[in-house]
Design a protein around this ligand. Structure first.
Ligand SMILES: Cc1ncc(C[n+]2csc(CCO)c2C)c(N)n1
Length: 231
């Protein structure tokens, strides 16, 4: 962060020693840790997620990924620099890439009927997360989109990076960990955090607080999303 950027920061609540992304993360530590250490994560490591739980989680998550891709598209359109737009656009290509067949293979293995793949009933956290991503997308506010993207990706990297070796043998659990912990994904999350550190200090206090509200809500919904798979 440059000195001039630093001096635009207002409000006594801000500890900038670690940057905007770390400040947001530290402010939601309880829900963040609860999500990263969730029962679902521990059962995933051990390949012991009950099959109905795994099915429910993946069916709901496919709906999440759809809105996530839409919000990533909004970030492409409202990014403030050409360099950022290109990075985001490339990542949208990764999410939409034809080599991304995980969900289809997992649905086949779990014998998920086509209605549940295409238009399942949304559990409450799915609906609320999708509403939050729609709000960020429709706002066309680049920092809001970045905040929700960063929570979703960084929190997933956090639990996946903590997976003990050896990884599970079965592809559903193993690939779900590998998808969120590989060199490209680490670089993407590093970029998102640096991007938040770049744009955050230029926001006024009200906008920083609005970012914090998006961050807290997204983190709480990540936790609720795991919980819902067991309900
Ligand atoms: C609730 C929930 N939060 C975050 C992610 C992480 N994530 C979101 S989109 C995407 C790329 C396509 O798989 C990844 C890795 C998730 N899957 N589900």
């Amino acid at each position: 962060m440059t000195e001039s950027a630093r001096s635009t920061v207002v409000g006594p609540f801000v500890d900038w020693s670690g940057g905007f992304a770390d400040w947001l993360r530290a402010s939601t530590d309880e829900d963040w840790s609860a999500a990263v250490n969730h029962r679902f994560v521990r059962e995933l490591y051990a390949e012991r997620v009950p099959e109905p739980v795994l099915r429910r989680y993946l069916v709901q998550d496919y709906q999440f990924v759809d809105r996530f891709a839409a919000m990533l598209g909004a970030a492409v359109s409202c990014a403030d620099t050409i360099d950022s737009r290109m990075v985001l656009g490339r990542q949208l290509g990764v999410v939409a890439g034809t080599e991304n067949t995980y969900f289809q293979r997992a649905f086949d293995a779990l014998e998920v009927p086509s209605a549940d793949r295409e238009r399942p009933d949304w559990l409450r956290p799915t609906r609320e997360f999708n509403e939050l991503m729609d709000a960020a997308r429709i706002s066309q506010n680049y920092p809001y989109c970045l905040v929700v993207l960063t929570v979703a990706e960084w929190l997933y990297l956090d639990w996946a990076a903590a997976a003990p070796e050896p990884l599970p043998a079965g592809f559903i659990c193993r690939e779900w960990i590998e998808l969120h912990h590989n060199p490209e994904f680490v670089a993407w999350v590093d970029w998102l955090r640096a991007e938040l550190d770049r744009v955050g200090p230029h926001l006024d206090e009200l906008e920083q607080q609005a970012c914090l509200r998006y961050w807290s809500r997204a983190t709480a919904l990540e936790l609720a999303f795991f919980d819902a798979a067991y309900e």
